[in-house]
Design a protein around this ligand. Sequence first.
Ligand SMILES: Nc1ncnc2c1ncn2[C@@H]1O[C@H](COP(=O)(O)OP(=O)(O)O)[C@@H](O)[C@H]1O
Ligand SMILES: [Mg+2]
Length: 262
Amino acid sequence: MSIEIESLVYRFPNGVTALDGVSLRIDAGERVAIAGQNGAGKTTLVRHLNGIVKPTSGTVTVDGWNTAEHSIAQLAAKVGYLFQNPDQQLFARTVRQDVEFGPRNLGYSETRRAELVSSALAATGLTDHADAHPYELSLSDRKLVALAAVLAMDTPIVVFDEPTTGQDHNAVRNIANIIDNLHEQGKTVVAITHDMDFCAENFDRTIFLAQGRIITDAPPTEAFTNEPQVTAAALETPQILRLTQALTHPPTTKIKTFLTNL
Ligand SMILES: Nc1ncnc2c1ncn2[C@@H]1O[C@H](COP(=O)(O)OP(=O)(O)O)[C@@H](O)[C@H]1O
Ligand SMILES: [Mg+2]
């Protein structure tokens, strides 16, 4: 169930080149975070994984399938995708119906569907809101409904586009638990995040994108300690790593200043 991306270029009809030669392999069970400033091409990249977007040139292969040769419906059995904006993903009249849509469409049995829906609602803390209209909920809760809808599809690969943006501390911890759980089930997790602490704590591998290209692909501890690349990706080093760096290197004047400012 690997993902292989070869020399991927994507150009929007208006001529904007969003991806400019991306090659990448992700193996089954990996936890990969993608970071980079707005407009770097993160969303366009992950939308290739479930075939919403098809390459202008280059190839994207998911579990041996060239995405250009498969429909979104076919790819939905392999890749669950949480939209950056939940309002592009939700459409049903109740939370439960939105969460049920995926597993129903994938043809899962009624028993399996019921189990998946109730565990997805529980994992996202939405059990009590199952009968609410999604639009009665706040944007951050709608994002959790969209997340539950992805979990309920029980796909081997899950892709989250900015899952923690706008979420409070408890919800972020919950999302971290969900990622742990998916990892324990052997699933591949790919997430776009601006939250570098979240990234350092929950992922094995960090990819920085800048102007449609990969500029870093390394374990978080390495990625975030490479200051020129962190700067190029316009990111902040996570606090936890700044602290470890400060404690494991001989205390230079810069670090002493840093420590006194903590
Ligand atoms: N529908 C679109 N039409 C034209 N250009 C777009 C469209 N969506 C995104 N872009 C452009 O493509 C580039 C990459 O966007 P995106 O993948 O959304 O980046 P990110 O998710 O990293 O913020 C940006 O320059 C953005 O302005
Ligand atoms: Mg985006």
